[in-house]
Design a protein around this ligand. Sequence first.
Ligand code: C2O
Ligand code: CU
Length: 414
Amino acid sequence: GPADVDVTLVARAGRVTLASGRVLEGFTLNGTTPGPEIRAVQGQMVQVRLVNESVAEGVTLHWHGYDVPAADDGVAGVTQDAVPVGGEFVYRFRADQAGTFWYHSHQVADPQVQGGLFGALVVTPRAGLGDVTDVLAVTHVYQGRRTINGLDGDVPGTGTPGTRVRVRVVNTDNGSVQAWVGGAPYRLVAIDGAEVHDPSPTTDSLSITAGARADLEIDLPSDGGGVRVELGGASAVTFGGPLPRTPRPAHELDPLHYGTPVALGFDPDAATRRFDYVIGRRLGFLDGRPGLFWTINGHLWPDVPMYVVSAGDVVRMHIDNGSGEPHPMHLHGHHAVVLARDGVAATGSPWWVDSLDAQDGHTYDIAFVADNPGLWMDHCHNLAHPAEGLMAHLMYDGVTTPYHVGGDPHNDPE
Ligand code: C2O
Ligand code: CU
């Protein structure tokens, strides 16, 4: 079909000036970082032409959390070759999922994402948002400095007293960020682009893991009183009158028990595949370098067996992190539902994720339907970690790829 949303993004390496005037070496898309927000209405055809003007290592764009067809997934060496300087690549997908997502380079991803090659993708529902003002808050740490939408410091949000705002927080950083709201309660209405069922008002602190998104709905006080959406404690999205910085609430929201249940649309008890994803750490060699590396089921990358499924499988995965550090686990091309943590079953709204904070010393049971044939990465989104081996792949029976890591295009997804 014809493109309804048609965007060209030009990637450049060089000096980046943050809104505060702070200058750093990094990367831009159309001259800015974050790159332009891409906005579509559910059902529209999105076309993005990526042009690499000056990023020497090559670039790609991955649609984080968006369950695109595999050929559009944007992973160098898996679904395409890295786009060299002077080259271009066109991504096309139907925007069937409404919600908050983001895009980023998946070639030499750790330095490129840290340095600025990312932006937000927001798809609004067909039915519209109703009487809600949409506010985007992309948070990123550039060289130790937390920013919101590229601004270091507080960022005023749009929203008039007595109305409802939806603050879409996108965590593009390698670590999790704590969010809380001062001046009014909020409702956590979506996690990773998936609506939460029956979210109740809360004043809890919320941990948003690396790569994850959280949509917070807030009714702004009708007397014009101030509201601060604190991100990490050093900066906030602000509404209404001035309000002093609020301390982080002691209690943290637990999505395992938030909201109320609703049908999943599939039966995890009818699983046709069961996998373990056990994360550990040991001495070994990676790319010929000795070191202490992450292991998956005891193996070091690339000696990690693929998780193989057939289209239509109901898949259960048991994640067990005993590695000494947290890992924000991200599966491409699919949303998974969290069934249990440490054997304790979920009791709230279905907790759909594409980025799950697997804490050290904890286990997670997740399930998903294998409904998107392809070859998909399943890795840690602390992007320093996949470069140290913490990546595996979900592969569909009978699907192969002509691309591979290394070679002439120097494909290096992490
Ligand atoms: Cu956000 Cu494999 O990436
Ligand atoms: Cu990790």
